[in-house]
Design a protein around this ligand. Structure first.
Ligand code: GLA
Length: 382
């Protein structure tokens, strides 16, 4: 896609002009989100399940971890299926979830040795991924309760999730006030807007860790999904999945998704990067860079159901993880096991380990600034 068309699409999203085929067919399903009890934590805290419906899409979110428990999307015949991996009970989300559907903070992906230096101070984070810190540490945003407020506005129906992360939580400096808004629009889009402020200089990289299978959760591998990813470069990693710092060209490698191709086509190539990660688990450097409004990043499509998901984001990077660590030991929402490659994650974010790579786009947030990022998942069929 050329630059001028991308710009038009980004502008269209910002002003609400982009139409998808779902919007017209199911425009009537809006309304105020509803709440039921999903379960109770060991300390007696009730966890609620919020349901939002609009534009033919239905989203179910837990007040624990901001977890997307279900995402029901129609296929080309109008049949809805849950395209997000999850569990049917709270205890499994608490005890064994590999971040299914969760909000990730304070820092998406890895920080090498769980250590970074900011303004001359060195901060040590808990290590929870061999020698590194992953997804905010041992008790990240995915394992906290969120305050949830429903809304219905012209822009759509949704939920505002908020929490205050105290100074020093998981080793990170600054009291961080965080607000994440999930909106379903009448046009069949699921939009996420993140906002945060701090009272001390800190680093931040928020994202959503939904595991997608456009054929439906529990239906088998996603290797015949096709992906187009507008990125000429990616960030290669070492054996611990920490970026080396290089922005390598995708050209001539399995990492080239500039022309749409099935996810499984090159996943078994003996490329060292695929061996390190057991598949794809890398950050793509989006051609569009950081943008003020969400701009085009990728198209994911599933040939049998006809479901299509396009993603637009303000973020400069996209972590594409091909579900490599799913090993058949987790029983999902509909009672089926999840095996390697049964889903993929597309985490719009800044690059992993940015605090230790001054040449990467900055993840520093200072007092007086407001962190704002947005990602749109636009659903349609073909
Ligand atoms: C991210 C990481 C992966 C893995 C998953 C969760 O995608 O990059 O390495 O940790 O989260 O299992």
């Amino acid at each position: 896609m050329n630059t001028s068309r991308r710009t038009v699409m980004a502008a269209g999203l910002a002003t609400g002009l982009v139409a998808t085929s779902l919007g017209t067919a199911h425009a009537a399903s809006g309304g105020t989100p509803t709440r039921t009890l999903f379960g109770t934590l060991d300390d007696g805290t009730p966890v609620h399940l919020w349901t939002v419906a609009n534009g033919g899409i239905r989203l179910e979110v837990l007040s624990y971890g901001g977890i997307v428990h279900r995402l029901d999307v129609p296929d080309r015949h109008g049949h809805r299926a849950n395209i997000a991996l999850g569990f049917d009970n709270l205890a499994d989300y608490v005890a064994k979830s590999p971040y299914f559907g969760a909000l990730i903070g304070r820092y998406g992906n890895r920080i090498a040795a769980g250590r970074f230096t900011l303004d001359g101070h060195t901060y040590q984070l808990p290590l929870n991924d061999s020698a590194n810190s992953l997804h905010g540490g041992t008790k990240g945003f995915d394992k906290h309760m969120w305050q949830v407020e429903p809304f219905t506005r012209r822009s759509g129906s949704g939920l505002v999730l908020s929490r205050i992360s105290p100074d020093g939580e998981m080793g990170y400096p600054g009291t961080l006030k965080v607000q994440v808004t999930y909106t379903l629009t009448a046009r069949g889009e699921w939009r996420i807007d993140y906002a945060a402020t701090t009272d001390r200089a800190t680093v931040i990289n928020l994202t959503s860790h939904t595991y997608f299978n456009l054929a439906g959760e529990g239906s088998g591998p996603v290797h015949d999904h096709t992906l187009e990813l507008a990125a000429a470069r990616y960030t290669p990693v070492d054996a611990g999945l920490i970026p080396t710092g290089e922005l390598a060209r995708v050209s001539g490698t399995p990492f080239d998704f500039r022309r749409t191709k099935p996810i499984g086509r090159d996943i078994r190539q003996g490329h060292r990067q695929l061996v390190y990660a057991k598949g794809f688990d890398h950050n793509w450097v989006l051609d569009k860079g950081s943008t003020l409004d969400p701009a085009y990043a990728l198209t994911l499509a599933e040939p049998h159901s006809g479901r299509v998901m396009r993603m637009y984001t303000t973020e400069p990077g996209m972590q594409f993880y091909s579900g490599n660590f799913l090993d058949g030991t987790l029983v999902g929402t509909s009672g089926r096991t999840y095996r390697q490659g049964d889903a993929l994650c597309l985490e719009a974010q800044h690059f992993p380990d940015s605090p230790n790579h001054p040449a990467f786009p900055s993840t520093v947030l200072r007092p007086g600034e407001t962190y704002r990022t947005s990602t749109v998942h636009a659903f349609s069929t073909r």
